[in-house]
Design a protein around this ligand. Structure first.
Ligand SMILES: [Zn+2]
Ligand SMILES: [Zn+2]
Length: 260
């Protein structure tokens, strides 16, 4: 596992089960070279995100631990920020106040509906319509210029909700927007443990990312120490088989490539 990174991890400050320090110690134990925290920050009040009062605590703790463990592991400071159309200014205000290494932009809401925790509205639209609404939001998030990475790109499939008709053009258009705007796509291994039981994004989309020269990073979306770097072998084998030789790391919102 030497040389690898995990760029998507949650702590008790959002919906994770362990502290930053516990996560770091485990990451050192399993041989990760670099980790990035990405607790949820959300403009809406939800129980799974860091409460506004804890945001300075998050910063203080991560910066302190970065120094404490600097000889053993590189610790990066990221957040997983929810995108809401029309709220770009408010989102930017939060981001600009934090000394972040990277920002993951994620879409967990369609309108007010938190589709990845609340199953109640599935069926209200056709799945094709749902996919269009979701990827339209992803494209808006990408174009907003707020984010460095797009989180779990095809998470709309989480509960095994698949389009009625082939949506490869929609995905293709979305990837072009991602490329044009210079964003990174994370290969999130957490999807393998969700109902969809598949990497997010799917192997087909990873291949399309390679085709479009979209750089990728790798992450586990760990909500506990046990989930750190989960399914990395599967993810790395896939990336290498497709042709990827490098992944992206971030420092102070600047990108660097690292060999895999
Ligand atoms: Zn997420
Ligand atoms: Zn997450």
């Amino acid at each position: 596992m030497l040389g690898l990174v995990d760029y998507h991890m949650h702590s008790i400050l959002s919906d994770g089960k362990q502290t930053y320090e516990e996560m770091i110690k485990k990451a050192i134990e399993i041989g990760l070279e670099e980790v990035g925290f990405s607790d949820h920050v959300c403009l809406k009040t939800v129980e799974w995100a860091v409460s506004p009062i804890d945001i300075p605590v998050m910063t203080e703790q991560i910066l302190e631990l970065r120094e404490k463990f600097q000889d053993q592991i590189t610790v990066r400071y990221g957040i997983e920020m929810d995108y809401f159309p029309g709220k770009e200014k408010e989102i930017q205000e939060i981001i600009s106040q934090l000394p972040l290494d990277y920002v993951i932009g994620s879409v967990h809401f369609i309108g007010d509906w938190n589709f990845d925790t609340d199953k109640s509205l599935y069926g209200k639209w056709s799945n094709d319509e749902l996919y269009h609404m979701y990827y339209e939001l992803i494209q808006q998030a990408v174009k907003s210029g707020l984010f460095d990475t797009i989180g779990h790109l095809d998470i709309i499939k989480k509960f095994r909700v698949y389009p009625e008709n082939d949506q490869s053009q929609l995905i293709e258009d979305t990837l072009k927007v991602i490329k044009q705007n210079g964003l990174v796509v994370e290969l999130n291994t957490g999807g393998l443990d969700r109902p969809c039981a598949e990497l997010t994004p799917s192997p087909e989309i990873v291949e399309q990312c390679y085709f479009h020269h979209i750089p990728m990073t790798i992450s586990s979306d760990a909500h506990s120490t046990a989930q750190l770097a989960r399914h990395y072998e599967t993810a790395l084998n896939l990336m290498k088989k497709i042709g990827f030789e490098e992944i992206v790391t971030f420092e102070n919102r600047t990108r660097k490539m690292t060999h895999i």
